[in-house]
Design a protein around this ligand. Structure first.
Ligand SMILES: NC(=O)c1ccc[n+]([C@@H]2O[C@H](COP(=O)([O-])OP(=O)(O)OC[C@H]3O[C@@H](n4cnc5c(N)ncnc54)[C@H](OP(=O)(O)O)[C@@H]3O)[C@@H](O)[C@H]2O)c1
Length: 281
């Protein structure tokens, strides 16, 4: 069994109780606005990020719908409901990231979950299609500028946003950081010559391999804190990223990232998993 072959596990609504939110207390109005946990999802104006935002609201969070285009963020937040708020954040723009961190502190006063979800599969030049990704993605011919553009979002963006949000996450009773990872970036799976999907191992996948390493570095550096850092592969999900070639729904794709956002004190840190369990690095 190789990439993109996932068994679908039913969503467990009780998972939320393992995290920082007690739903019984919430329904009884126990939490005040300030007590209510806050989650930021980057790249939440569409795709898996939007679904993660919906699921976290359903689990009792105030959710900040990160979007580089604030108008798209407003529309997306409205579609989620009153507990979702748009937040302008371009993960490749330090000024935007800093302004977003200030906004979270000034308007919401806390941050419990950071979902590093924003990502791109290629540099987005006209005429490029996911179907041709094996051509435009190969490091034998991908222009270095394109490699830099993908790394800027998928790797440096994760580092920049995490660094900016860390002061808030350190103040949270149980901070959680999740990155939307990819088994396509697994060195173990892609070094197996019997894996038919390894032809796709190029610019995008390499950036995800680096993102997994970034996640592990943050997890190790934060081991002595209350913050847990994990990487979740959503599976091959039908979104703009792959020109809707994915075989899974966004509802399915959001399961594992949301599960890891909700883990309790005894949950793991520094892991890479999909909903079937650990994924080989
Ligand atoms: N779909 C899959 O099969 C799959 C599999 C494994 C992992 N993933 C990962 O899942 C994550 C979400 O992808 P998706 O499939 O939901 O794709 P998507 O529908 O294309 O969504 C990507 C999101 O990232 C945002 N984004 C891109 N560059 C950004 C930037 N510089 N600053 C802020 N936001 C930015 C996009 O915003 P705009 O609308 O402004 O472009 C969009 O909201 C990505 O990290 C991807 O690598 C996806």
């Amino acid at each position: 069994m190789f990439l993109y072959n996932w068994n679908i596990v039913p969503f467990n609504p009780f998972l939320a109780q393992e995290g920082g939110v007690d739903h019984t207390l919430m329904q009884e109005g126990y939490y005040t606005m300030k007590d209510k946990p806050v989650a930021l999802v980057t790249g939440a104006n569409k795709g898996i990020g939007l679904q993660i935002a919906k699921d976290l609201v359903a689990h009792g969070f105030t959710v900040l719908v990160g979007s580089r285009d604030i108008e798209q963020g407003k529309t997306a937040a409205k579609s989620v409901g009153p507990d979702a708020h748009p937040l302008q954040i371009d993960v490749t723009n330090q000024a935007s990231i800093n302004a977003a961190a200030d906004h979270v502190r000034n308007e919401f006063g806390r941050l419990d979950v950071l979902m590093n979800n924003a990502g791109i599969s290629h540099a987005g030049k006209p005429g490029r299609k996911f179907e041709n990704l094996s051509d435009i993605n190969s490091l034998t011919n991908t222009p270095l500028d394109d490699v830099r553009a993908v790394f800027e979002t998928n790797v440096f963006g994760v580092i920049a946003v995490t660094q900016a949000m860390l002061p808030l996450l350190r103040e949270a009773p149980a901070g959680r950081i999740v990155i939307t990872a990819s088994s396509g970036g697994s060195l173990t799976l892609n070094s197996d010559s019997a894996n038919p999907h390894r032809a796709m191992f190029g610019n995008y996948s390499v950036s995800k391999t680096a993102a997994h390493a970034v996640m592990l570095a943050f997890a190790i550096a934060l081991e002595s804190t209350n913050i847990k850092v994990n990487a979740a592969c959503p599976g091959f999900t039908s979104t703009d990223l792959n020109n809707f070639n994915g075989t899974r729904t966004v509802a399915e794709g959001a399961h594992e990232p949301v599960r890891l956002a909700l883990i309790g004190e005894d949950g793991p840190t520094g892991t890479f998993s999909d909903e079937n369990g650990p994924v080989a690095w």
